[in-house]
Design a protein. Structure first.
Length: 234
């Protein structure tokens, strides 16, 4: 490397850190857009979330990440020195939060991408990326893409073995479009069975109709129906 190129590199690295390349109005617009689009991404995450691992703090984090990244991108600007300084500063931060759902990671990256686009004044890219994210996420949510089967209810009840088991089996087949036995366990005295079924009701059958009919079945007692839609994924 020649002396001239070394001098040029030193001149680039010596750019004052207080000099920013964005006007106050543009900086406000970038932050506002990042907050708006980050909020949209957070709402999409909330509306399309499935399962039991939902976290309000994670939803808020998506919005905050978009805003923080936009600010960071404006601070860095075109300065190589600020970029290296930021990497050094962030290297001392440790993130110990475990992401419970791999899908959540995609929304974290979406917040990062939206923040980077807004922070660098790429407004069209930030907007169209958010639109595509909304359409794709809602499409995956609406079609349950990738799911083999979505459970609707979990049915639990006790059955006295002194009675004929065909009674409750026929009742379940009469009211359920689909059913599968998940768990069977005898009680301590062996007189009763603890039964757990995965149930999908027929179109014109309500949960109250199933529990009422099953409770009247000879030998069945303590009928409990747990709503499992969007929670149990097979």
């Amino acid at each position: 490397m020649t002396n001239m190129s070394i001098q040029n590199l030193q001149d680039q690295l010596s750019v004052p850190g207080s000099v920013l390349t964005y006007s106050p109005i543009e900086a406000v617009c970038n932050i506002a857009l990042a907050a708006l689009l980050g909020g949209i991404v957070a709402i999409v995450y909330k509306q399309t979330h499935k399962g039991l691992s939902y976290s309000q703090s994670f939803t808020q984090t998506i919005l905050l990440v978009a805003v923080v990244v936009a600010i960071v991108m404006m601070v860095i600007g075109s300065s190589l020195a600020r970029a290296f300084a930021l990497v050094g500063a962030l290297s001392i931060i440790r993130f110990r939060t475990v992401i419970k759902d791999t899908r959540d990671m995609a929304f974290v990256f979406a917040g990062l991408a939206v923040g980077m686009a807004a922070g660098t004044s790429n407004y069209f890219l930030a907007g169209i990326a958010t639109v595509f994210l909304f359409v794709i996420s809602w499409g995956l949510y609406s079609t349950s893409f990738g799911a083999l089967y979505k459970s609707e209810f979990i049915l639990r009840f006790l059955f006295d073995q002194a009675h004929d088991s065909r009674a409750y089996v026929e009742k379940i087949h009469e009211l359920a479009k689909r059913s599968s036995l998940l768990h069977l366990e005898p009680t301590g005295d062996g007189a009763q069975l603890k039964l757990t079924f995965d149930i999908t009701l027929k179109k014109d059958v309500t949960a109250e109709m199933l529990t009422t009919a099953l409770a009247k079945t000879p030998g069945a007692s303590e009928v409990v129906l747990i709503v499992a839609k969007n929670d149990v994924d097979y």
